[in-house]
Design a protein around this ligand. Sequence first.
Ligand code: NAD
Ligand code: WQD
Length: 361
Amino acid sequence: MQSYIMSRAVLVTGGAGYVGSHTVITLLERQSDGDPLEIVVVDNLSNAYCAEGEKKPEALKRIEELTGKTVHFYKVDIRCAEALDRIFENHNIDCVIHFAALKAVGESVEKPLEYYQVNINGTCTLFEIMRKHGVYKLVYSSSCTVYGEPEYLPINESHPTGKSLTSPYGKSKYFCEEIMKDLCVSDKKWAIISLRYFNPVGAHESGRIGEDPSGIPNNLMPYISQVAVGRLKELKVFGDDYPTADGTGVRDYIHVCDLAAGHVQAIKLFHQPGFNGFHAINLGTGTGYSVLEMVAAFSNASGRAVPHAVAPRRAGDVTANVADVALATRSLGWRATRSLHDMCRDTWRWQEANPNGYHRI
Ligand code: NAD
Ligand code: WQD
């Protein structure tokens, strides 16, 4: 009787979204031909575009075109235990990268139940199914938001978390980290790496994959690029009276492809004998830029003007956020390599070629 062994698979929840799609393409690009690692994406398409009649979201179709490799896709909600169960039965899943979540900070204040439902219940459902199938390796998408108002800069992983959190979104990320810590205490088989992203920006260098916010962007970089391309009239600079060099807020922006590479490195830790427990790791560059520096850098990279005007501060914004990235360097052997110019240039390449995001077809 012929028997065969199913290839090892990485399950990527939310893999049709912004950070997820860049991680999927990076995993495929770095995969050596001799390593038959399957990529299985689960996404309910609540924030990812899929053309009518198509079986795969546009981002994944483009990834397949660019890499010549296949991505398995399931349109499934992470809260649906039965559907997840079937996926774990159909694939030999070795580890999970868990991106799926709702992420709009302001919206989470309006819709806390929806955010807790998806971000916390969905995450717990995923963990239950993982445990049922004996899969204990997980990379989690966390955020610098868990640190709240920074007590010092740069922020290392020992900085307190869970204090001064103002939005249900931020709390959901913090609560999930606490749940994951409890899981790791309860059973030594769990190996969980919580990657605390600072501010992801940029796009794949092909210009084919990028960030595609629905409606008016909440975040700075997509807003700037939509102003530059003429979709929006003017950027509002939220406050110029912060105690920073030019008065505007400072953030640690990181190219999404550097971020994606951090996930690839994180998965490698699972191969270390005895690696287990909960590990939180910052992913940033360690350098902060102000809103006005971002506007200037984007104008320079795109050759377009970015009209802007000062507006009142946005509720809940902190003055500055900059990562201490020493732990990422030490534990992952990783550091961000792309500059602010690269971030702006790649965002612009994507924006110019796809003025309406994935919806242009
Ligand atoms: P995104 O919205 O582009 O991607 C999330 C994906 O998850 C989307 O494709 C969406 O359709 C899917 N999804 C949402 N709810 C789902 C559900 N119930 N079941 C299945 N799929 C579902 O967001 P992103 O920017 O790629 O963020 C990915 C992760 O990184 C999130 O967990 C987010 O909280 C975290 N994060 C993002 C940022 C950022 O600024 N982009 C910063 C820090 C942390
Ligand atoms: C950056 C700077 C704004 C828009 C958010 C989440 C955080 C994390 C990353 C998920 C700030 C200013 C912005 C605009 C502006 N996400 N700004 N005009 O707030 O640092 O972080 O994304 O986990 O949790 O809160 O990012 O891009 O919204 O803002 O002046 O139209 O740009 O005030 O100083 P933020 P952002």
